[in-house]
Design a protein around this ligand. Structure first.
Ligand SMILES: [Zn+2]
Length: 352
């Protein structure tokens, strides 16, 4: 049966093409590449899914979730970097931070926004591997538009829509980007659904890594539940400083897994997220759909299969809620499309 879920899409994603990322001081090859989204779209189109162009949306939706300073920094960062001559001297073509205002540096003093552009980058980012290139802003903005267009489709009464977007977003906090993410697509979509009438919304994150952005953005709120299944950061995995089971509370659930966990343990954790959304009495669902928990993906030590993704889709679809799904991680070009297809087919089976 043909896949019927609408797939929202922005060509602007291709403008973000990071050749390398600085990790422990050295450039390593980038893997959050345009070919990822192209591969996913191709697999979904081949399965019959309708592709819907992303509609431009005003900045209000971003500013409901992110600090204005972060949005303004990202909008002008590369232009300012280029104008300041960094690509020629010292030869860094991408906006990259070098000093970060950690609590240890500030000792309680209010962080200033530094005059130096090189230093200012550190005020809005928390790692060195999430560089801003010439087309990053347009791509990140296009990803938000794809997520919001998916939300519009759901608000118009279609049961579910999937944003085939990149760069991903789930590691972005209210005021800091990192983890190959620039704007928090799923958090923005969740707030947008809240502002348009859904009183309670759940964000369930099945990416292999903790959805630290949504957890911190909605930390003080009980109208948005955040749940994430991911490899336990205690084993040395990104985002390292957050994502521990102990951070769970009334409206946040971190279901952590040890390296090597396969379908059985992973699906049991997905069930915990689904049960939490049910208890929360959410009226709408946003799924942060990363497929990097797959066994072939080198970015996580989890061992989930295609059948596992299909079953997770069924269980999420079984919630019976209006649902926006948005792409997060998943980096193996040969399999990323089929894994997303499995998850969406499972979702349609579960929802029917
Ligand atoms: Zn991930």
């Amino acid at each position: 049966m043909a896949l019927s879920i609408p797939v929202t899409w922005s060509d602007a994603h291709r403008l973000h093409d990071p050749e390398s990322a600085v990790w422990v001081g050295v450039p390593i090859p980038g893997d959050e590449l345009p070919a990822r989204a192209d591969a996913i779209r191709a697999a979904l189109e081949e399965a019959g899914a309708p592709v819907v162009p992303a509609e431009p949306h005003p900045d209000d939706a971003l500013l409901a979730v992110h600090e204005a300073g972060l949005v303004e920094f990202l909008r002008g960062a590369w232009r300012d970097w280029d104008a300041a001559g960094f690509p020629a001297d010292p030869g860094q073509g991408d906006v990259t931070g070098y000093i970060f205002p950690t609590p240890g540096l500030l000792a309680g003093y209010e962080p200033r926004v530094p005059a130096s552009l090189a230093a200012r980058t550190g005020a809005w980012s928390y790692d060195t591997m999430t560089a801003v290139g010439p087309g990053t802003w347009e791509a990140a903005r296009g990803a938000v538009d794809a997520a919001l267009t998916a939300a519009d489709i759901v608000l118009d009464g279609t049961r579910a829509a999937y944003a085939c977007c990149r760069p991903p977003g789930h590691h972005v906090t209210r005021s800091a980007f990192g983890g190959s993410c620039y704007l928090n697509n799923t958090a923005i979509a969740a707030q947008y659904l809240r502002d348009r009438g859904f009183a309670r919304v759940s964000i369930l994150d099945v990416d292999a890594h903790h959805g630290n952005g949504a957890q911190t953005i909605f930390r003080e709120r009980d109208d948005v539940l955040t749940g994430s299944v991911h490899v336990d950061p205690a084993y040395g995995w990104f985002p390292h400083f957050l994502g521990f089971a102990e951070e769970s509370g009334e409206t946040n659930l971190n279901a952590t897994l040890s390296p090597g966990s396969g379908d059985e343990a992973w699906l049991a954790a997905v069930d915990r997220l689904v049960a939490a959304a049910r208890r929360h009495e959410s009226e709408a669902l946003v799924v942060a759909l990363g497929v990097d928990a797959a066994s072939a993906d080198p970015n996580s030590p989890l061992e989930v299969t295609g059948a596992g993704y299909r079953e997770a889709g069924r269980r999420l679809g079984g919630l019976g809620l209006p649902t926006v799904l948005a792409q997060e991680g998943g980096y193996v070009l040969e399999t990323v499309g089929s894994l997303v297809l499995e998850a969406l087919q499972g979702f349609e089976e579960g929802a029917s």
